[in-house]
Write a protein that binds this ligand. Structure first.
Ligand SMILES: C[S@@+](CC[C@H](N)C(=O)[O-])C[C@H]1O[C@@H](n2cnc3c(N)ncnc32)[C@H](O)[C@@H]1O
Length: 247
C-alpha cells in the first residue's frame, strides 16, 4: 500500500472501473467471463453452452468488449473471444476467482463447455482423417516449406539431438527433417490416418528406427522429461487450449 492507502502498481481510472463492473454485473455476462477463464470460445460455443440466441450472446459480448473485459480475433469464418489483458479485465479477475465453483448453474456451464470441446475435438479428428492422404500437398500451400525447414534446421543446429519427440507429427515431415540427426526419434499423433501416411513416408526415406505412437498430446503416453528435443509444427493453432498443450 502507498502512503495514501492505494494499492501499488498501475491504476485504473474511476470511470473505467465503473464501466467494467457494470458490464460484469449481469448473470449471463458473468457466466461468459467465467467460461473465458477456461480458454477462447466462439459465439456458437456460447449459444450451445448458455442456451441463448446468437443475437443475445453477441450483444453481451459487445458490452464486455466495450468495457475492455474481452478481446476478439477472427480465424477464417470464426470469431473467437478471450479475456482481455488490460487493467479493466484485471479489475474483475478477483471477482471471478471468488465465484463458488459448486454453484449449480456454473457447474452446468462447465459440463456443457466440456461437451462442446469434445465435439470440436471429434470434428478436428474427422477433418485430419479426411485430409491425411493430401496433407503433404496442402501443407506446402501455407508458407514456403523450404524457408521454414531451413529456419528449423538453424535453430536446432548441426549437433546430434539425442532423443526427439515430434508432437502432432501428421505425415511425419518433422521426423524426416530431424530424425537423421537424432539417436532416437518418436512421432505422436491422434490420427490413425495421418500415422499411416507417416509410416509410409518414413519407410520410403529409410528411417526405420523411428517410432510412431497414436495418442492425445494432452496426455502423452510417455514419462515427463523423456526427450531431449520436443517439436510441434503446425499443431497448436488447431487446439482448443494451446497453452495447456505446451504445459
Ligand atoms: C496440421 S497437422 C501438422 C502435421 C505436421 N506436424 C506437419 O508439420 O506437417 C496437425 C496434426 O496434429 C494432430 N493432432 C491434432 N490434435 C491432436 C491431439 N489432441 N493429439 C495428438 N495429435 C493431434 C492431427 O492429427 C494432425 O496430424
Amino acid at each position: 500500500m502507498s502512503p495514501s492507502g492505494s494499492i501499488a502498481g498501475p491504476a485504473i481510472g474511476l470511470q473505467s472501473t465503473v464501466t467494467a463492473l457494470r458490464a460484469a454485473a449481469e448473470e449471463t455476462r458473468l457466466r461468459i467471463l467465467l467460461l473465458l477463464t477456461e480458454g477462447e470460445l466462439s459465439v456458437s460455443d456460447f449459444t450451445d453452452i448458455l442456451g441463448q440466441s446468437q443475437p443475445r450472446i453477441s450483444r453481451h459480448l459487445k458490452v464486455l468488449a466495450e468495457a475492455g473485459l474481452v478481446a476478439r480475433h477472427r480465424e477464417g469464418a470464426w470469431v473467437f473471444f478471450r479475456l482481455a489483458e488490460g487493467l479493466a479485465a484485471l479489475s474483475v479477475h478477483t471477482l471471478l476467482g471468488a465465484l463458488d465453483p459448486g454453484d449449480a448453474r456454473l457447474a452446468e456451464d462447465r459440463e456443457r463447455l466440456a461437451a462442446a470441446r469434445a465435439r470440436r475435438s471429434e470434428a478436428a479428428q474427422a477433418f485430419f482423417a479426411r485430409l491425411a492422404p493430401r496433407w503433404d500437398e496442402l501443407r506446402s500451400l501455407h508458407v514456403s516449406e523450404s524457408d521454414v525447414e531451413a529456419a528449423i534446421r538453424d535453430i536446432v543446429g548441426p549437433a546430434p539431438i539425442g532423443s526427439l519427440l515430434d508432437i502432432g507429427t501428421g505425415t511425419g515431415r518433422m521426423l524426416q527433417l530431424l530424425a537423421p540427426i537424432a539417436e532416437r526419434a518418436m512421432g505422436l499423433d491422434a490420427s490413425h490416418a495421418m500415422l499411416s501416411v507417416a509410416r509410409a513416408h518414413l519407410a520410403r526415406e529409410g528411417l526405420r528406427g523411428v517410432e510412431l505412437r497414436q495418442g492425445d498430446l494432452h496426455a502423452p503416453p510417455f514419462p515427463r522429461g523423456g526427450f531431449d528435443l520436443v517439436v510441434m509444427h503446425q499443431v497448436l493453432h488447431y487446439l482448443n487450449d494451446p497453452a495447456r498443450a505446451i504445459e
